[in-house]
Design a protein around this ligand. Structure first.
Ligand SMILES: Nc1ncnc2c1ncn2[C@@H]1O[C@H](COP(=O)(O)OP(=O)(O)OP(=O)(O)O)[C@@H](O)[C@H]1O
Ligand SMILES: [Mg+2]
Length: 440
């Protein structure tokens, strides 16, 4: 699949941006701080409904604006899909697919598939277990969107159960205790948790060979990498030779462990067992990567996780859009060339770089120059349609120079989600030449 067009309103530094992309390699080049990562972050948001840089939505909204809009035209199987999300911190986000409103934003998940690798991904190796759980769940949901619902149900049950554990713990210490309500939430947590756990265990089995191979490709001189899912069930995790335990068995094991941990849970007021306490062990040679791996090894491992995710999604039959944010500057020449060779044949690769020379020449493709307020196609060796001469013409868009965001006189009512004039963003009619009239 590939993204043909990305449109932003009040996202990060962009007051408005329209970016035309081609299948194959697209390199976005521009000085530090001009908004390159902001562009690819927006595309990642459409795929995952979260940012790879921040946990909350607020920083995604341009300073001074109330709402950001991200849209993309995505081509898959010769069909074009229009995805759109309006991000309004503190309120419910809204999403549209082919201009029709969706009941919930999460109904967008799984439609656009992306794998984004960025410097922030070092946290996959060096950071908390939550980083690795997030990575697993992102791949999981991309492959099976219904699991987004399971995860939401699990998170809700966990929240309820934790607050109940707190109040029941207090009641018990004062001599009153009725744990019957808690048992209802035990069942809920174990049920949704078992489904999530079974899916993660299966995912790690499938992902493992892809990650192992990707690490060997990225760092052939290093010892071998490996993965292991670490469940908070520990020894109580049911084992099935050559397979994954059933959700029923996992649910029973979770319930039994909750029984065993009842006292400690009431004491501490938190749920001590379940997928929210699990981790993905990253192993390098004889031991864990975390705490031992060198900077280069950690970096290679983080990249291998993402490339492994890409490989698994590709093996499902659809190439996700591969996004490499600021990656090549980190690498020496031989590693640059190795990475380039690994990604060159993806349906679509979006690369950001401050310096064009950092991107190996084998990654021929569209070059897009990003400057303050201007996105300009500077050359394209893979224009799909030879008639598409417009692909070489300049397009200009508006962006706030650094520090000026608050001062910009933007009429926020003009970007009221409900008031957006969709005829003005008729993607089917988008042509590079037509967009120059958008300059602001
Ligand atoms: N919510 C926001 N409102 C306005 N400006 C923002 C917002 N969030 C980030 N910015 C600005 O966006 C700019 C950073 O953009 P971005 O990270 O995309 O740069 P970049 O082109 O990727 O740079 P680099 O080459 O250094 O990675 C910064 O100047 C930052 O102040
Ligand atoms: Mg950047």
């Amino acid at each position: 699949m590939y993204t043909r067009h990305l449109g932003l309103v009040d996202f990060r530094s962009w007051t408005s941006a329209e970016l035309v992309l081609t299948a194959g390699v697209n390199v976005l080049v521009g000085r530090n701080g001009v908004g390159k990562t902001n562009l690819v972050e927006a595309l990642g948001y459409l795929a995952t409904l979260s940012s790879h840089r921040v946990a909350s939505d607020q920083p995604l909204i341009r300073r001074g604006a109330d709402q950001a809009i991200v849209r993309a035209a995505v081509v898959h199987d010769n069909r074009e899909l229009l995805l759109e999300v309006a991000i309004t911190p503190g309120k419910v986000n809204k999403a549209r697919l082919n201009r029709a409103a969706l009941t919930r934003p999460r109904d967008l998940l799984g439609i656009l598939r992306t794998v984004l690798f960025a410097p922030e991904d070092m946290a996959l190796v060096k950071g908390d277990p939550s980083e690795r759980r997030r990575f697993l769940d992102e791949v999981l949901v991309m492959r099976s969107p219904r699991l987004a619902g399971t995860k939401a149900d699990y998170d809700r049950a966990l929240k309820q159960r934790n607050s109940l554990l707190k109040s029941a713990g207090i009641a018990r210490r004062s001599g009153r205790s009725d744990l019957s309500l808690l048992e209802v939430w035990d069942e809920q947590l174990a049920g949704h948790g078992a489904e999530l756990l079974a899916a993660r265990l299966e995912l790690v089995e499938l992902l493992r060979p892809h990650v192992v191979a990707a690490y060997a490709d990225v760092a052939p001189e290093s010892v071998a990498a490996d993965l292991r899912y670490r469940s908070s069930l520990g020894e109580a995790l049911p084992v099935v030779a050559g397979g994954v335990p059933s959700a029923a068995d996992l649910g029973a094991a979770l319930l039994a462990d909750m029984g065993r941990l009842r006292h400690a849970e009431l004491e501490r007021g938190v749920s001590l067992v379940g997928p929210h306490r699990d981790d993905l062990d990253l192993i390098l040679g004889p031991g864990p990567a975390k705490g031992y791996a060198s900077h280069g090894e950690s970096w290679s491992f983080a990249l291998a996780l993402k490339l492994g995710g890409f490989g698994l999604l590709r093996s499902d039959g659809v190439d996700p859009v591969l996004i490499l944010d600021d990656v090549f500057a980190e690498l020496d020449r031989s590693r640059r060339n190795r990475l380039a060779a690994l990604v060159a044949d993806a349906d679509q690769v979006l690369i950001t770089a401050a310096v064009d020379e950092d991107v190996p020449g084998v990654l021929h493709g569209s070059r897009v120059s990003v400057q303050q307020g201007i996105i300009e196609r500077v050359g394209s060796e893979t224009v799909d349609d030879p008639e598409d001469v417009g692909a070489r013409s300049a397009q200009e868009y508006t962006v706030d120079p650094p520090g000026s965001a608050e001062n910009t006189a933007v009429d926020n009512t003009a970007v009221d989600y409900t008031a957006v004039d969709y005829t003005a963003v008729d993607y089917t009619a988008v042509e590079d030449t037509a967009q120059s009239s958008d300059r602001g």
